[in-house]
Write a protein that binds this ligand. Structure first.
Ligand SMILES: [Zn+2]
Length: 332
């Protein structure tokens, strides 16, 4: 996803913050960057970035539990064995299916309203058993569609598959074993016997760049494509702050200490239910010592010797691109 750089308007707000709007696309609000002006130790005004949402939907999505009947379109995200039904009119897959499972002659074990995107009501459905063969439509692994689908559609499909996983994994109450029932008022399932409520599962994970002077630390796991290195990442543990999770993960994986941890952006990652929360950090101390259960290599890279990098629409790439542009500005 491109982060639009052309900013041509700015507004001073009452609270001394400065909002910079992307005007590359008319009406685009999702690449808005907020800045706050603060006074430094030397009395100068500094511009502090508050928020950037490069992975937000370009068109807002309104989640809901029931359609209000005003939408002109219906989009169905239909899954079988965790794979998404896509059209294949040419080389590029198209994920928008305007026909319901029943209209396609399919019998879902579960279907649900997701919410409204522009003029379309969005629904998800899950099929039991093997993926059927359907003319010019095909079931594809969603992870393999990362970068091939429109960014917003991929996000919606990611939301849909997480609801599928949640439904499949929470059919019965975890406390008493009774079959769970969907609540009508919210996205939740409730046990009719003991009233236990289950919400869709979400697992926060931190992902971080580590910069040491003019080098960035990148690592590779055995599952990565040949030659590719990425930033470190790991799940947040109960009772831990995000910043503590960054420090712990870095120390566990490469035995380094970091500081100056700064939030950059977040990205939903539906494999199976993560929310990636991205940070930059600065090397503080230590020598690289790899946890070989997780990694096969980790190294410091300068701008001129960067390896194969992750996909351009990943938050890891965004963190690396931030390092690249900072280095470029320094004239390296
Ligand atoms: Zn129960």
């Amino acid at each position: 996803m491109a982060i639009h750089q052309q900013v041509i308007k700015c507004f001073f707000l009452r609270n001394q913050s400065l909002e910079l709007f992307c005007h590359e696309k008319p009406g685009c609000d999702s690449h808005r960057t907020d800045f706050r002006l603060v006074e430094s130790d030397t009395g100068q005004l500094q511009r502090i970035r508050l928020m950037i949402s490069p992975f937000a939907l370009k068109t807002p999505f309104v989640s809901g539990v029931q359609a209000d009947g005003t939408a002109t379109d219906s989009w169905w995200f239909i899954f079988a064995k965790g794979m998404l039904l896509v059209h294949l009119p040419g080389q590029e897959p198209v994920a928008i299916c305007t026909r319901s499972p029943e209209q396609l002659g399919l019998q879902p074990i579960f279907s649900k309203y997701l919410g409204r995107y522009a003029s379309a009501d969005c629904f998800v459905a899950d099929l039991e058993g093997e993926a059927p063969v359907l003319g010019d439509m095909e079931f594809r692994d969603l992870r393999g569609l990362f970068g091939a689908l429109d960014d917003d559609i991929f996000c919606l499909a990611g939301r849909a598959i997480q609801i599928v996983h949640w439904h499949r994994d929470h059919r019965f109450c975890g406390k008493c074993g009774t079959a769970m029932i969907d609540r009508r008022s919210e996205l939740a399932r409730k046990c009719p016997n003991c009233n236990f409520i289950s919400y869709p599962r979400l697992s926060p994970a931190v992902i971080m760049s580590i910069v040491r002077d003019d080098h960035i630390l990148l690592a590779r796991a055995p599952r990565f494509p040949a030659g590719m290195y990425s930033t470190l990442a790991g799940f947040v543990e109960p009772g831990e702050t995000l910043e503590e999770a960054v420090c712990r993960e870095v120390f566990e994986e490469v035995a380094l200490r970091v500081d100056k941890i700064r939030y950059v952006a977040s990205q939903p990652w539906p494999f199976p239910h993560s929310l990636m929360i991205g940070f930059t950090s600065t090397y503080k101390s230590g020598e690289i010592s790899i946890d070989h259960k997780e990694l096969e290599d980790a190294r410091w890279f300068s701008l001129s010797e960067l390896p194969v990098l992750p996909s351009k629409i990943s938050i890891s790439r965004l963190l690396i691109e931030n390092f690249i542009s900072a280095e470029a500005k320094r004239g390296v």
